[in-house]
Design a protein around this ligand. Structure first.
Ligand SMILES: *Cc1c(COP(=O)(O)O)cnc(C)c1O
Length: 387
């Protein structure tokens, strides 16, 4: 059958892999770029190894597409991004501490400062620092409280070794409680006015990640830092800003590594949903060790030769079972599709997210390193229509 294209021969031997469409990353980026003012910079948030797509490759694509800067959490991500995008600013979101000072200098990273204790630790290294002050406008996570922002900013600007390049917040929300973004920005506005009046306003003020970018175009400010949207993992719920995006995670596939018709010589079928005597059972070379949820219900299915096959619980570390009784043409070595197209049928990312009891970001970021990544954009010879 027509299997996926492979980057190198060793991948021909893999029993499971995910396919990443880097052209989707580029086109989602361009859609954001076209939707916002040319004066607003884009910091591409590449945390969680670029939402499971691979920070290095994604940084190369975005750098070539003209992205202004990057935001990451881990040093591993910062190293990958720096290698792929020399010269682009990299903002470290809160996480790393002063013991990373040498790497911060060598990789030319901008750090986040969320409080006085945080600042004191970094100052003790004696190293010159480029910083963004992070403020917590109501997400109750990292960032200085608005009441302490002015004091912290003054403390930062008074240090000869510190350059305050930016001020930012993550305006995220709790569940579907409705938008509190307006109230959150209202806490920031007077503080910005105060800083501006005294000529202390940092060059880059930024509050919009994906959700705010789509729901509150009025909060674009000097820069935005979307993550999920760049990877096509989220869509507009309010319709205030509509832009077309598609998932960079285009497929999850696994081979049939064992196949047989069961019979009485194996004893009675396990007393679990989906088993029946004389069933034709296939085993896929993918399991919870690759990121498939361990407690996947028996309603989930995969595609084999364009037809749905039920997943039969439980899920194992390296394996999962499917019932192919009704797909007699299934053969050892066939590629089963957990996400993506097979024949005329297709399992979409929202559909998979529902079956996995998570959202699209949860699928993309829940896959483990052991699930090989295959870059399908690099082997596409024909440019896609409309790009
Ligand atoms: C995760 C994160 C983002 C990106 O969030 P998305 O919802 O994926 O767009 C931006 N800024 C900060 C500080 C973050 O932690």
């Amino acid at each position: 059958m027509n299997n996926s294209p492979f980057e190198n021969p060793s991948q021909l031997c893999e029993t499971a892999w995910r396919e990443i469409d880097l052209s989707a990353v580029a086109s989602n980026y361009r859609a954001i770029r076209e939707a916002i003012s040319p004066n607003t910079k884009i910091f591409a948030c590449l945390k969680q190894d670029a939402y499971g797509c691979g920070a290095g490759k994604v940084a190369s694509i975005l750098s070539a597409a003209g992205v202004d800067a990057f935001g990451v959490v881990s040093i591993a991500e910062a190293i990958a991004v720096r290698k792929a995008a020399p010269g682009k600013p990299i903002l470290m979101y809160p996480g790393i501490g002063p013991n990373a000072a040498d790497l911060v200098r060598d990789l030319d990273l901008t750090i986040s400062i969320s409080g006085e204790e945080d600042l004191a630790g970094w100052l003790s290294t004696g190293a010159p620092l480029k910083i963004f002050v992070k403020v917590d406008l109501g997400f109750w996570r990292a960032g200085v409280a608005p009441s302490d922002l002015r004091r912290l900013t003054d403390l930062c600007t008074s240090q000869s070794t510190v350059t305050v390049d930016g001020l930012y917040a993550h305006l995220s929300e709790f569940g579907d409680a409705g938008s509190s973004a307006l109230a959150q920005v209202a806490r920031l506005t007077p503080l910005l006015q105060g800083l501006k009046a005294e000529g202390q306003l940092p060059a880059t003020v930024m509050v919009s990640s994906s959700e705010t970018l789509l729901s509150h175009p009025e909060f674009d400010m000097d820069a935005v830092d979307p993550g999920a949207l760049i990877f096509g993992l989220t869509r507009s719920r309010t319709g205030r800003r509509v832009l077309s995006s598609r998932p960079a995670l285009s497929a999850i596939k696994a081979r049939i590594v064992a196949l047989k018709t069961c019979d009485d010589s194996m004893g009675v079928p396990p007393n679990l949903p989906g088993y029946h005597p004389a069933m034709r059972l296939a085993v896929l070379g993918i399991g919870w060790g690759h990121g498939v949820p361990r407690n996947l219900g028996s309603s989930a299915s995969v595609l084999v030769r364009g037809r749905r096959a039920q997943i039969v619980p439980p899920i194992h570390l390296e394996h999962l079972r499917i019932d192919v009784t009704n797909i007699p043409e299934a053969t050892l070595g066939d590629v089963a599709v957990l996400l993506g197209s097979s024949g005329a049928d297709r399992i979409t990312l929202p559909e998979l997210a529902e079956a996995w009891n998570t959202d699209e970001t949860g699928v993309g970021c829940g896959l483990r390193e052991s699930l090989q990544r295959i870059d399908i954009a690099s082997i596409e010879t024909e440019p896609r229509k409309g790009e």
